[in-house]
Design a protein around this ligand. Structure first.
Ligand SMILES: [Zn+2]
Length: 453
């Protein structure tokens, strides 16, 4: 472990050391080269993403080669089989792209998730998705899958093909080289490096281009990516639980943390989750997504100096110690604290980094996440409210909290002294909420929406 001491605003946050061997569960690297064959509250709190819902049926694996390696892409929808010829419209194929893209949810930041299918004579002859930053884009996998069949075919892609050299060559050139006849695009890339340049390049090459098919679906798919491109900050979502009589609750529903539960899916989808250190003083363990093959989010544990609460001497209070109930999880965990005395050697032994700040605030956390290339951050309101109060206030006042996810628990409870929503409720403003949605998750109701500042 390394303890980093610095003062704001001249802080230099360290880059955490994460494993780089994580891939979507259905994307495998083999060593042998293979040839391709194939509401408004007083203060609107808010809302949840359907992004991580897997819609597709699973069909036999498809091999795609790249750089001497082979990726196994599990197909959705019609395969290269003979019986799948159909008169489907552009929307049908774009939805296939979205299904494919979702297979890499949680893996691609700072890149978007993207899917691509190549269609010829009513048949899908190639498909692929972008599995991870640094790996080829969706179009490359789909074109390799289609092989010569890409010529005079139509390429469907959920996001405008790139036209710049990044870590991979431009996809526009790959599409031109493959001699596709038409390209159907879900949405224009909000990245200033890309925006409409890819479309222009394709049109200049004589390729017919259609834009905006299933556009809202495609925008929703990459909401966090779009947000970061437009604002320069990760998308920040507030999550909390309420009883049916509207009181704050520190609990999560019985099964929401299990595979398929909304909480497990949130952890799969978000790049980072902010948690209170007080949460781990009992038997609670570091939360992790239970979705198969999920790329776990960075667990950012906030630990504030508790001495101001009851004038407890800094070096005398157990409250000041960072709880060690981190179980066996040390991977992708980082502690942010304003308490120099709180650093625990035991954490160091586990390889958990501790960053000491003069003051813990959202700007620092979001800036840190942004520099890591993260697109989305979840602020999970559980544990000691004192560790969150200022963060939530700051997030609302600076309009940094874009969304909310509220879990309504099947309980009627008395108001507790611990009401993490008090700082928000006391704000003298009304914030409208839009895109309000609700859904069930086991015995609970999940409400999500966007703040309309
Ligand atoms: Zn590309």
């Amino acid at each position: 472990m390394q303890a980093h001491l610095f003062s704001l605003p001249h802080c230099t946050l360290p880059l955490p050391r994460f494993p780089n061997n994580a891939y979507p569960s259905n994307f495998a690297i083999f060593q042998q080269p293979h040839h391709s064959s194939k509401l408004s509250f007083n203060v609107g709190l808010n809302h949840l993403l359907p992004k991580s819902i897997f819609l597709g049926k699973t069909l036999p694996g498809l091999m795609s080669s790249y750089g001497g390696h082979v990726g196994v892409v599990v197909q959705c929808g019609p395969s290269n089989g003979e019986s799948d010829v159909g008169n489907y419209d552009d929307g049908f194929y774009m939805k296939k792209c979205v299904e494919l893209a979702r297979k890499a949810v949680g893996f691609t930041s700072p890149n978007p998730i993207v899917g691509c299918v190549i269609v010829k004579d009513g048949k899908i002859v190639g498909q692929g998705f972008h599995p991870k930053a640094g790996q080829p884009h969706a179009e490359v996998f789909a074109l390799r899958d289609a092989g010569d069949l890409a010529e005079n075919a139509t390429a469907y892609v959920s996001l405008e093909p790139c036209n710049h050299f990044g870590r991979t060559p431009p996809c526009t050139e790959a599409l031109i080289k493959a001699k596709v006849k038409k390209v159907v695009v879900g949405m224009v890339d909000p990245n200033p490096l890309v925006e409409s340049k890819g479309l222009a390049r394709l049109r200049d090459a004589g390729i017919e281009v259609v834009v905006g098919v299933e556009e809202e679906l495609c925008k929703s798919l990459n909401e966090a990516f779009v947000h970061r491109m437009l604002t320069g900050k990760p998308l920040l979502t507030l999550r909390y639980s309420l009883s049916v009589n509207g009181n704050f609750s520190d609990l999560l529903g019985d099964r929401v943390t299990e595979c398929g539960g909304y909480y497990s899916r949130l952890l799969q989808e978000y790049d980072a989750v902010i948690l209170s250190s007080s949460l781990f003083s009992g038997k609670v363990s570091i939360p992790a997504s239970q979705e198969p093959g999920a790329n776990q989010p960075l667990r950012i544990i906030i630990h504030k100096d508790a001495s101001y609460l009851n004038k407890i001497p800094k070096d005398a209070s157990y409250l000041n110690k960072i709880p060690l109930a981190v179980n066996e999880v040390s991977d992708k965990v980082i502690v942010f604290t304003d308490n120099e005395t709180a650093t625990a050697p035991e954490l160091a032994k586990k390889g958990i980094e501790t960053v000491i700040l003069d003051q813990i605030n959202l700007d620092v956390i979001l800036d840190y996440c942004n520099r890591q290339g993260m697109c989305s951050v979840l602020l999970d309101l559980r544990g000691n409210s004192s560790e969150y109060e200022e963060l939530v206030k700051e997030g609302i006042q600076k309009k940094n909290i874009s969304k909310f996810v509220t879990e309504i628990l099947p309980i009627w409870n008395r108001g507790s002294e611990i009401d993490l929503l008090i700082p928000v409720k006391s704000l003298d403003q009304v914030i409208q909420v839009e895109n309000l949605k609700s859904k069930g998750s086991d015995q609970n109701v999940i409400i999500e929406g966007h703040f309309k500042f």
